[in-house]
Design a protein around this ligand. Structure first.
Ligand SMILES: Nc1ncnc2c1ncn2[C@@H]1O[C@H](COP(=O)(O)OP(=O)(O)O)[C@@H](O)[C@H]1O
Ligand SMILES: N[C@@H](CCOP(=O)(O)O)C(=O)O
Length: 362
């Protein structure tokens, strides 16, 4: 897509000087829902974007009074030279992620601002990261959503437009499954629009489903990384009809298996049968079998957990493992005992996050 959005104002001004963003981790696929299912997790990166730029006469931002005098002079002196990007990273990625304009959050923020018609001068970004990177918890989608949501907040007054954020961030990511829950929260099923349906920017649709309050996610996170790009390259070009049908039937079960209305579904009346539905909904023949060789230790763990009837799957493109459950935390920790005792795996017990990205202007 073209980067300047249709209808974006030419040369718009930022509506504030600082924006903070809390953007959640996500788990995509959930077994059967390759490239379409995603779940928001209550575990956030906290990002602070500051635009210190202001015209020498103080007219560059609507709230120029918040820029102190010394800073205005400093900025005036810097007029005419290349814009600076200064990034500080704490937590996940500290010492590893770029701290200049190559940082994914910073570069995406500039790109989204340009798409909205705002040319950004200097940018200060403080990233307090909790989401492990390249582990299958959607860190790259969260980085894109955080950056686009911040750009939306700088470029438009009022509440952020979640649909606009979803469309732009999904177009940058290239698949919408992690982006949608990071934007909207909860369980989402997303799809690329068919060619004839494409109109204007974007090209993805999504619907959200409520998640039963009793459902929790246990995420087992190893200390090794698998980049999503590598895990996508290993997938085959085609599938058998029977494997496609196997997954189609199961992804259709995900909203009922995770939703509060699951007990009302005739075939799933009792608590035990609900666990059975979660187990079935997370079966997969489309992507995990092809990725086993990239993450054998993760697959061993998935099989052990599933062997006890738990709804375990590779989280996203891996190598983390997600277990969706209702009150079975101790059992999961016990079954993952060998991995946890070895010191190379962590267990995160995470509630499902009902809301998506949160933005505050300062
Ligand atoms: N908070 C972040 N800040 C900057 N870059 C990030 C951030 N999170 C992810 N990235 C970039 O995305 C890469 C991981 O993306 P990817 O391989 O898709 O894994 P994941 O499963 O975590 O999304 C990181 O190596 C890094 O380049
Ligand atoms: N559907 C994608 C999901 C990638 O999720 P991530 O959290 O690993 O980035 C895939 O399976 O490739």
């Amino acid at each position: 897509m073209t980067d300047r959005l249709h209808g974006a104002a030419d040369g718009c001004r930022p509506v504030c000087r600082q924006v903070t963003v809390d953007v959640p981790a996500t788990s995509a696929n959930l077994g059967s829902g390759f490239d379409c299912a995603g779940l928001a997790l209550d575990f956030c990166d906290h990002l602070t974007f500051t635009l210190p730029q202001v015209d020498p006469d103080g007219s560059g931002v609507d709230r120029a009074d918040r820029v102190d005098r010394a800073e205005r002079v400093d900025l005036a002196e810097r007029a005419g030279r290349e814009a600076r990007t200064l990034v500080t990273v704490k937590g996940e990625g500290q010492g590893r992620l770029p701290v200049d304009g190559r940082n994914l959050v910073a570069s995406t923020f500039r790109r989204a601002c340009a798409a909205f018609g705002l040319e950004v001068d200097d940018l200060f970004l403080e990233a307090d990261n909790r989401i492990p990177q390249a582990r299958g918890m959607g860190s790259s989608a969260s980085a894109l959503v955080g950056a686009v949501a911040a750009a939306d907040a700088f470029c438009h007054s009022g509440r952020i437009d979640r649909h606009r954020v979803f469309e732009l961030a999904a177009s940058y990511e290239g698949h919408p499954d992690n982006v949608a829950p990071a934007v909207y929260g909860g369980l989402t099923i997303s799809w690329p629009l068919a060619g004839a349906d494409r109109e204007g920017p974007g090209g993805y649709g999504t619907v959200g489903y409520p998640v039963d309050e009793g459902v929790e996610a246990a995420i087992l996170v190893p200390d090794f990384r698998v980049p999503t790009s590598q895990a996508r390259q290993i997938l085959p070009d085609g599938l058998s009809m029977s494997d496609a049908v196997f997954n189609m039937a199961r992804v259709g079960l995900l909203p009922a298996a995770l939703g509060p209305s699951a007990t009302e579904v005739g075939a799933t009346g009792s608590g035990d049968r609900r666990e059975g539905l979660l187990y079935t909904a997370t079966q997969d023949r489309v992507h995990q079998p092809f990725r086993r060789s990239l993450m054998p230790a993760s697959w061993t763990l998935v099989e052990r957990l599933r062997g006890q009837g738990l709804a375990a799957a590779i989280s996203g493109a891996g190598p983390s493992v997600i277990v969706l459950h209702r009150g079975r935390r101790e059992e999961i920790a016990h079954l993952a005992g060998p991995e946890l005792a070895g010191g190379h795996w962590d267990l995160l017990d995470l509630p499902i996050r009902t809301g998506g990205v949160e933005v505050t202007r300062g």
